[in-house]
Design a protein around this ligand. Structure first.
Ligand SMILES: Cc1cc2nc3c(=O)[nH]c(=O)nc-3n(C[C@H](O)[C@H](O)[C@H](O)COP(=O)(O)OP(=O)(O)OC[C@H]3O[C@@H](n4cnc5c(N)ncnc54)[C@H](O)[C@@H]3O)c2cc1C
Length: 246
């Protein structure tokens, strides 16, 4: 099915992230040797400790925990936005090496607002994608070796891609703050919420304050605020409750 939907999985993460973060953080403030710090992380209330450290502004300690996501069914438009996050690591399916020549239709993302217009609008959009597939096939046929390198220029922002992406917890907190906001573009916002749902239960103290600015207080967007801070807080609270059960 060429029309694809966002699918994100958590491929790997630092095991017991809060233990590692607490141990690393206590390295700064304790006379214990590393063996002692490790033992302390086994028995102490790491969540309470991490909350205190984060409240003091010592946020670099959460960089010791990393999360690797598999992201599929997203557009090249999303790719342009997410790769602006310079502290993340990315591996992206290449349009140079992975040709779509001869396919009935390349995989693409349909914006929900177009889909919501109904089947006719959706079919029109699909037809527009087919036109671009024909252009792509024409260039693939006439360019010869390594044709995909240049044929891809006629593919749209809607063309789907897949990404393996790693962020540490500090970058994730920053990413969530910008991209879970209702003012972020819909596709990256949906991805950010799904990433939050996967990562937050694994390190509840680290991600307790995670989310857009309004999760922590007044909306920082001023006049451009979406005015839905209460809804956002309620959604986050519901997800945290659900996370506790899992
Ligand atoms: C709603 C919204 C609309 C946007 N619209 C546009 C737009 O119209 N045009 C556009 O070009 N971009 C736009 N962006 C992208 C935005 O400008 C940033 O490039 C993107 O959000 C990444 O943010 P960042 O640089 O803070 O994050 P990261 O690259 O993830 O960096 C994290 C943090 O590390 C620090 N850091 C990283 N690199 C440096 C550095 N070189 N020097 C100093 N500190 C550094 C900063 O504190 C930074 O906040 C938009 C983003 C959002 C959320």
């Amino acid at each position: 099915m060429p029309e694809v939907k966002l699918h994100v999985t958590l491929i790997a993460h630092t095991p017991e992230p809060e233990k590692i973060i607490a141990m690393a953080s206590r390295t700064c403030y304790s006379a214990l040797d590393l063996g002692g710090l490790r033992d302390r992380a086994e028995t102490a209330d790491n969540g309470a400790y991490i909350r205190r450290v984060l409240a003091s502004g010592h946020t670099s300690v959460v960089e010791h925990a990393s999360f690797t996501f598999g992201i599929e069914g997203v557009s090249r438009t999303l790719l342009a936005q997410i790769t602006r996050h310079r502290l993340a690591s990315f591996s992206v399916q290449s349009q140079r090496y992975v040709s779509v020549a001869g396919k009935e239709l390349f995989d693409y993302v349909c914006p929900p607002r177009i889909a919501a217009l109904g089947e006719e609008a959706r079919a029109k959009y699909r037809e527009q994608m087919r036109t671009m597939q024909r252009w792509y096939d024409e260039w693939s046929g006439s360019l010869g070796e390594n044709a995909a390198e240049d044929a891809r220029f006629v593919l749209p922002g809607a063309a789907a891609t897949r990404i393996t992406m790693t962020m540490n917890a500090r970058e994730l907190l920053h990413f969530f703050s910008l991209r879970m906001c209702n003012r972020a573009q819909w596709e990256i916002r949906e991805l950010a919420w799904q990433m939050y749902a996967l990562a937050a239960p694994l390190a509840p103290a680290v991600f307790e304050q995670a989310g857009p600015g309004c999760a922590r207080g007044a909306c920082p967007e001023g006049k451009r605020s979406c005015g839905r801070a209460e809804d956002v807080r309620a959604r986050l609270a519901k997800m945290r409750e659900r996370g506790k059960d899992e």
